[in-house]
Design a protein around this ligand. Structure first.
Ligand SMILES: Cc1ncc(COP(=O)(O)O)c(C=O)c1O
Length: 377
């Protein structure tokens, strides 16, 4: 009855974890939700300045004022672009859907990190993408791995990656950009965590160093302002603008104009930067607190690196324990965690897990880590 691609729709398990994680009484380290107290709420001042025609249909590419602001910020981070290369989308999740529609057919080979963002894997799989295994080290993909690689497209989260929290160095970015240019592989750089840098600013995006390869860079306002706005953006090589705009038009005509007008103002008047500098100390404190709790309760059971940005800890258990089973036991005991296998392009039993530190309260972080240690005993 349904299209054949529907057979490739996966991940009900992950949806189950996230649904269970929102039940009362459950401590959740499972999702990637911002802290409730860190959500941006537009005040009367912003709302009273909305343009009169905001309730009418708008342009597919997005509100000109917002595209302009996005391009200005992108230039400041090293991406040579103009507003004409910006497409506003309903959260960066829609960006993944549109780029997949443009690039991925049955059997298309995609280079990804392993592990990587699970909802990107879900979309790539839906369109029939196949994942190319590749050499990596503790930073991510190795430039040498591109030699002989038959992928058409590379999907990377080089900055405070979901799920590992890792960040590629400046040198690795440069070397990878050169390799992508040499192999003429389209680079899709997903960058929603860049502003959540706890220790030092992230190096410039990989796409800013490309000379030849086609590229799409995407950002989001979900982690800095509020995911309920459903706003993100694609910035791309000029050649891709027409087909991606047509795909956006076919999907939903344009993104919500109210959200766009609010975010355009918040960028123009400096409120985004002020908001980010307010929430960073909160997230840094939560990260440090979870790190201290992990050291106290789990140091003999797992290893991890303290993330320098983003929203997650990535743990590897010392025992060869399948965290998919641990996830079920933990959920029954009132704790939601994400098993590492969910982020695996080719899922297999794994002793890794992802813990989100932004959403739970300090008390819940302590309680949850303590419970996890007991379950591992
Ligand atoms: C790497 C990555 N890309 C994209 C998204 C989707 O974000 P949104 O659609 O809210 O912008 C997320 C959300 O967690 C993410 O971690």
């Amino acid at each position: 009855m349904f299209a054949t691609r529907i057979n490739r729709l996966t991940s009900s398990l992950v949806r189950d974890i996230l649904a269970a994680a929102s039940l009362p009484g459950i401590i959740s380290f499972a999702g990637g939700l911002p802290a409730s107290e860190a959500l941006f709420k537009a005040d009367q001042n912003v709302l009273s300045q909305l343009p009169d025609d905001i309730w009418q249909y708008g342009q597919t590419e997005g509100e000109p004022a917002l595209r302009q602001q996005v391009a200005l910020r992108a230039k400041a981070m090293g991406i040579d672009c103009t507003a004409a290369q910006v497409l506003i989308v309903n959260g960066s999740q829609q960006g993944i859907d549109l780029v997949s529609k443009l690039m991925v057919s049955e059997g298309t080979r995609i280079l990804t990190e392993s592990p990587t963002y699970l909802a990107a894997l879900q979309v790539f799989r839906l369109f029939g993408g196949e994942f190319v295994g590749t050499q990596q080290d503790e930073q991510g993909i190795l430039p040498e791995a591109l030699a002989g690689c038959d992928a058409r497209l590379a999907y990377l989260v080089p900055t405070f990656q979901n799920p590992t929290g890792r960040c590629y160095s400046k040198e690795r970015r440069q070397a990878l950009a050169e390799a992508f240019d040499r192999h003429s592989m389209l680079v899709f750089e997903d960058d929603p965590y860049r502003d959540l840098a706890f220790d030092s600013p992230a190096p410039e995006p990989i796409v800013s160093q490309l000379n030849k390869a086609l590229w799409v860079y995407q950002g989001s306002f979900s982690k800095t302002l509020a995911p309920g706005l459903r706003l993100g953006y694609l910035i791309m090589h000029p050649e891709l603008m027409l087909p991606l705009t047509r795909l956006k038009q076919a999907a939903d005509l344009h993104s919500n104009r109210l959200s766009q007008a609010i975010v355009a103002q918040v960028l123009a008047d400096g409120s985004l930067d002020r908001h980010v500098s307010r929430i960073l100390p909160l997230y840094r404190q939560k990260r440090d607190f979870m790190h201290a709790c992990l050291q106290r309760h789990l140091a003999d059971k797992a290893h991890w690196e303290k993330p320098v940005g983003g929203l997650f800890f990535w743990l590897t258990l010392h025992a060869q324990q399948d965290t998919m089973l641990l996830m079920r036991t933990a959920l029954a005991a009132g704790l939601a965690i994400m098993p590492g296998a969910a982020f695996d392009p080719v899922p297999q039993p794994s002793a890794t897990l992802r813990l989100n530190f932004s959403h739970a309260s300090m008390a819940q972080i302590e309680q949850g880590v303590c419970l996890l240690a007991k379950l591992l005993d």
